[in-house]
Design a protein around this ligand. Structure first.
Ligand SMILES: [Zn+2]
Ligand SMILES: [Zn+2]
Length: 113
């Protein structure tokens, strides 16, 4: 499925294009991509997600992405595919690879503004 089709079928705004595109590349389940766009991203932009109980639960090392609550409960956990979209972001730099060979990327602050 293309990113455009995914956005249209799920009534997602165009602003989610990059997140959806990367989610599809990475093999993340559709339900979790939608959860990320509709609930998770707005939440982390307005609050300290590190203090969030759900984040603490899903960040225990089992998941490599933010699962939707249904997948968290059922334990559905897909193996993430390597995605190199981060290379398009001038503020991203590679800091290593994890045990599955996935790129670990750090985002540095944009100093130009
Ligand atoms: Zn990607
Ligand atoms: Zn899910």
């Amino acid at each position: 499925m293309t990113t455009q089709d995914f956005l249209t079928e799920n009534n997602l705004d165009w602003e989610h294009f990059e997140d959806v595109e990367c989610g599809l590349h990475s093999n993340i389940p559709s339900c979790c991509i939608i959860f990320y766009c509709v609930f998770w991203k707005p939440h982390i932009m307005t609050s300290n997600y590190l203090e969030n109980e759900y984040w603490k639960k899903v960040n225990s090392g089992k998941f490599k992405y933010v699962p939707c609550p249904d997948c968290e409960i059922s334990g559905k956990n897909v193996k993430i595919k390597k995605c190199e979209c981060w290379k398009r972001n001038p503020n991203a730099r590679l800091i290593g690879q994890d045990e599955d060979g996935l790129d670990l990327v750090e985002f540095v602050e944009d100093a130009s503004c």
